[in-house]
Design a protein around this ligand. Structure first.
Ligand code: SF4
Length: 171
């Protein structure tokens, strides 16, 4: 791992393979001008809520779910091409650590990246890790409320009220 004062880099092993359905959907979404929505996909309740929020938002027009894995590690893929060429990209991180935001903001122009910190909207469960520590119906309800805020924010066209890691906390 290489480090500088403000960034560090990771080596990624190349692959010669591709994901057939990812290629199809990436091409289709690029042609149709859809806007990618990605989330941090973290394993904890915060990551799970971010994933659920991303899934809900991506059901609205003109949004569709993007694959962050291909963006990061299969740069020649149609999925990565779609995300690189899209007019904007919506990113929903699970918490103030912004694990994906800190990567994606170095891959995609900052003026087209719209970032959200899901936890900053619901501010709960910070003493829990496992996603199933919160009953499924309750996590879906929380995700729905956060998604509605995100959708409204996107309709307004403004950049989200991203809380940076400097101001973030667990509560
Ligand atoms: S942003 Fe938060 S929830 Fe998402 S992967 Fe990072 S630590 Fe986990």
């Amino acid at each position: 791992m290489k480090k500088s004062n403000s960034t560090f880099s990771l080596k990624v092993s190349k692959t010669e393979r591709n994901c057939p359905i990812g290629e199809k959907i990436g091409k289709q979404n690029l042609e149709q001008g859809k806007v990618p929505v990605i989330s941090c996909e973290g394993p904890c309740i915060r990551g799970e809520i971010a994933r659920l929020v991303a899934n809900i938002v991506a059901k609205q027009e003109p949004y569709r779910r993007g694959c962050h894995g291909e963006l990061f590690s299969v740069p020649e893929s149609a999925m990565a091409e779609w995300m690189n060429k899209a007019g904007k990209v919506v990113l929903i991180d699970g918490c103030f650590l912004r694990c994906h935001g800190r990567i994606v903001e170095n891959l995609i122009d900052s003026d087209k990246l719209i970032q959200f910190d899901a936890l900053s909207y619901y501010k709960k469960y910070t003493d829990l890790f496992d996603a199933d520590a919160v009953p499924e119906a309750e996590r879906r309800e929380v995700a729905q409320k956060v998604a509605e805020i995100v959708i409204e924010e996107l309709k307004r066209g403004g950049l989200a009220n991203l809380k940076s890691e400097k101001s973030g906390s667990c509560s």
